[in-house]
Design a protein around this ligand. Structure first.
Ligand SMILES: [Zn+2]
Ligand SMILES: [Zn+2]
Length: 287
């Protein structure tokens, strides 16, 4: 049996969460757009194993390779991403129009949406458009995911066990969007921007690097209790990421689908003043 596509996994999650049906529909156009998209030219990076390892040994992600993705490659994706954001949060309309004008004029482009230290997207995007950093990060994911997934596909296999220790994606450099708890309770962080995944210490914060059981909090709120799901948060920087224990939840979908499909956990974390790098479309919509 072949792996389900992202679209099929999303449809499956929508069936599993009927009470969230209306709000989760906000993501449908993006999921459909990603499935329809095909690159206008080959995008796969040509980095070989030695070049990848040389960068990883120095603690440098492969984000520079993503400079190869140009605005015309992702035009349709960016359009759908902006429309989806406006639909969810009409209040962002003016800022997004400003951004669209800058994009058309070539002053903001794909490189401006790539990760920089500790964030997704260049600070200029925020400044030019007047958009909050977490919305820029979400816009980047909605706009670039299929292109970056394709770009980095050939180099995934080069990442060996223990080759990367940092809390950012070894491929695109983005902070993690979700955590999978796998065999022996080990953690695998998932990147929504490029679809990468990497092993990470159990008691370490991927955002600030602080280590130790007393710094990490697990939220399994009564109001949103579901077997296998939890919010993992850091007392030091107050960053959080949601996690799914794959040992108890074998029918879970891909990390991105599980993340987008569980906005009720984001709500719980935000109420307790925790933050994450990317905005939630559902919470933006105020639903
Ligand atoms: Zn990535
Ligand atoms: Zn932290």
């Amino acid at each position: 049996m072949s792996e389900p596509t992202l679209g099929e996994a999303w449809a499956d999650l929508r069936r599993r969460r009927p009470t969230l049906d209306t709000v989760l529909a906000l993501y449908d156009d993006v999921i459909d757009g990603w499935a329809r998209w095909s690159p206008p030219r080959p995008l796969e990076t040509a980095l070989d194993a030695t070049e990848c390892r040389r960068r990883w040994d120095r603690g440098v992600p492969l984000v520079e390779a993503a400079h190869a993705v140009r605005p015309h490659d992702v035009e349709d994706l960016v359009g759908t991403a902006m429309e989806t954001l406006v639909q969810a949060a009409p209040g962002l309309g003016e800022s997004l129009q400003r951004l669209a004008r800058q994009w058309d004029a070539g002053r903001v482009e794909t490189i401006s949406l790539l990760p920089a230290r500790g964030r997704i997207g260049a600070p200029e995007v925020e400044a030019l458009a007047g958009l909050p950093a977490d919305v820029v990060a979400l816009l980047a994911v909605l706009s670039l995911r299929p292109a970056l997934e394709r770009l980095f596909a050939p180099v995934r296999e080069h990442l060996g066990e223990g080759a990367w220790q940092l809390g950012i994606c070894p491929f695109c450099g983005a902070p993690p969007g979700f955590v999978d708890v796998v065999e022996d309770g080990r953690r695998r962080l998932a990147c929504h921007l490029c679809g990468g995944a990497w092993a990470f210490g159990k008691l370490r914060c991927p955002f600030c690097g602080v280590e130790g059981a007393q710094q990490m909090v697990r939220l399994t709120p009564d109001e949103a209790r579901e077997e296998g799901y939890a919010v993992s948060a850091c007392r030091a920087c107050r960053g959080y990421v949601k996690e799914l224990d794959r040992r108890t939840r074998w029918n879970g979908g891909p990390p991105l689908v599980e993340d987008w499909g569980s906005p009720h956990f984001d709500l719980v974390a935000r109420r307790q003043q925790y933050w994450r790098p990317e905005a939630s479309l559902v919470l933006l919509a105020g639903a």
